[in-house]
Design a protein around this ligand. Sequence first.
Ligand code: AHG
Ligand code: MN
Ligand code: MN
Length: 357
Amino acid sequence: MLSGRTTLAKFLVEQLRGHTGQHDLVSLLNNVANAVKTISSMVSKGALDGNLGSLGTENAQGEIQKKLDVLTNEVMLGNCEWSGQLCGMASEEMATPYPIPQQYPQGEYLLVFDPLDGSSNIDINMSVGTIFSILRNATDAAPSEQSYLQAGAKQLAAGYALYGPATMLVLTLGQGTHCFTLNRESGHFVLTHPNLKMPAHTSEFAINTSNARFWEPPVARYVKECKEGASGPMGRDFNMRWIASMVAEVHRILMRGGIFMYPRGGKDAALPDRLRLLYEANPMAMLIEQAGGMATTGRQRILDIPPQQLHQRVPVILGSSNEVKRIIRYHTEHDNGIDRPFVSPLFQERSLFTQDC
Ligand code: AHG
Ligand code: MN
Ligand code: MN
């Protein structure tokens, strides 16, 4: 019994009515929703199905794959390859794009995904997620790797599923960010948080501070000031969170505001950036912008980055707009050599340099 509430299927038909390719997008997104229901069921079994732990293999990026990284990738492929909307898929777990098998009809869309985000958390029963992005293949020809290298601003749809205490699907089709909760009894995703609008102002930040010694000065400056709280230039106290699952962090930020940063500077000098542009940064940036927030590298809007490689990594700073603007300003000041207030202790007086953002 839905009690008059809007299901995902109804929402998609209503939101896409009159759009070019409406039926194909509705079908494709319903397939994605079916895949995440299956994944939700798999991850909720914990250790019962013997699916936890590592597989012992490495993915395209040299990361050890969990069994569930591989299984969830297969669930996404199997649910989305057959129905004729797609001409290809790419994911974190596959070195090269996956062509739609010849026995299935070919469509005009490309699906890019991170089948299990935050998978380091899976063995300890913490929240994980699935992130996805839909692009249009620019030509009628079969897609090549180049076909996927489209700026995030070209995404037709983006979303994630969060496998937490409740399974939620958060989606944008370029007209707001909308949040659905899985009713496990009926099997429906029900619209519970339409048109999310996140606060512009926040006092909560999320960053892996074990990388602090590798950060660039603008990020170090911002985090230092957050930690100084009411006795520093911010003039108010901050809280810090770090779940190590981007989906969970972004969800918290969409719901109550905040800043998430995975900036340049990690422990592996060969990999200065952590998060992947096409299937982590771009879909999250679209969801955040559609909810009134901002997403940047510190120097460039995420959605404007022209991708160079399928598994390209980028710095990510996203969340409440006042704080993102402040961090962009710190990068600009640093790049122009005018961040003496941070660099020199003589210039750290609150009264001299306090600005709103
Ligand atoms: P994935 O599990 O898909 O590789 O992604 C994990 C990402 C992201 O979800 C999270 O924000 C970040 O890695 C955590 O990194 P640290 O372990 O360095 O904190
Ligand atoms: Mn991920
Ligand atoms: Mn992943």
